[in-house]
Design a protein around this ligand. Structure first.
Ligand code: COA
Length: 261
């Protein structure tokens, strides 16, 4: 794994833990941290030993409290577009990753932090998590895909309300809106829940998991026929050894052993 200054990485049994580690700045995403995130995800895609990822923030106060405001205070029209496109590209890599990526959000999950969590395949929050898109307080809007992903996740009316008011919501409300999958009392319990979900996913056929990522994402791409993507992906699955193993194991009344081939 490449050397990172702002992100801690640890791999255990194929599960990569990423911790955004700028605790004194509420884990705000500066340019350097985003670049590290990009390099790490390039490796996640290429490295067969990595099967799943959990992203969290350092400390108890924040997952990520947004993009680093000290870096966005002096943008101009040209570099602001690049700033947004760069973040969007990196978050799309996460969303399109064929290995499950879960955000464990503790404390402030704001702006780019909420956008990062939404780019993950699932979100598991601690009871003290607070979600919001407060960019309007700075005279800007979400730029890392938040206007799109929040609307798709929680619907137009609530997304408009959250983005237009800049209000924060708690973990339980986020769960009731569909922004969060599970809420646990503490960070340790939230991590355990994420590990439990990931361990279940890791026991399934890896190629099928990747196809699910593609098909679910296709539902949100207006130019893509998601039903066709599903049919094509279904057909790709049956070319795999895992398909033969899964169906044979069922018929032979034994547990399948998937190889991701
Ligand atoms: N960018 C840069 N620095 C940030 C930051 C951000 N998004 N969020 C917090 N920080 C820094 C603070 O400037 C402060 O640094 P300092 O100790 O050097 O002054 C440190 O993190 C602690 O934050 P502080 O504001 O003192 O903590 P708090 O508990 O009073 O408030 C928040 C926490 C998250 C409510 C508040 O920091 C905040 O509103 N942050 C900005 C959120 C935001 O607008 N995000 C979207 C950005 S596009």
């Amino acid at each position: 794994m490449a050397e990172s200054l702002n992100i801690l990485t640890e791999e255990k049994n194929g599960l990569l833990y990423l911790t955004i580690n700028r605790e004194d700045k509420m884990n705000a995403l500066n340019y350097a941290t985003l670049e590290e995130l990009k390099e790490i995800f390039e490796e996640v895609v290429d490295n067969k030993a990595i099967k799943a990822v959990i992203i969290t923030g350092s400390g108890e106060k924040a997952f990520v409290a947004g993009a680093d405001i000290s870096e966005i205070a002096s943008l101009n029209e040209v570099n602001a577009r690049k700033f947004a496109e760069n973040g969007q590209e990196i978050f799309a890599m996460i969303e399109n990753c064929h290995k499950p990526v879960i955000a464990v959000t503790n404390g402030f999950t704001l702006g780019g932090g909420c956008e990062l969590a939404m780019a993950c395949h699932m979100r598991i929050a601690t009871a003290n998590a607070k979600f919001g898109q407060p960019e309007v307080n700075l005279g800007i809007i979400p730029g890392y895909g938040g206007t799109q992903r929040l609307t798709l996740l929680i619907g137009r009316g609530k997304a408009n309300e959250l983005m237009m008011t800049g209000d924060m919501i708690g973990a339980e409300e986020a769960k009731s809106l569909g922004l969060v999958n599970h809420v646990l009392p503490t960070k340790a319990e939230a991590m355990e829940k994420a590990e439990e979900v990931i361990s279940k996913i890791m026991s399934k056929a890896p190629l099928a998991i990747g196809m699910i990522v593609d098909c679910v994402n296709a539902a949100f791409l207006p130019d893509e026929n998601g039903f066709q993507t599903e049919a094509n992906s279904f057909a790709r699955c049956v070319k795999s050894g895992d398909y033969k193993e899964g169906t044979s194991a069922f018929l032979e009344k034994r547990k399948p052993v998937f190889k991701g081939e």
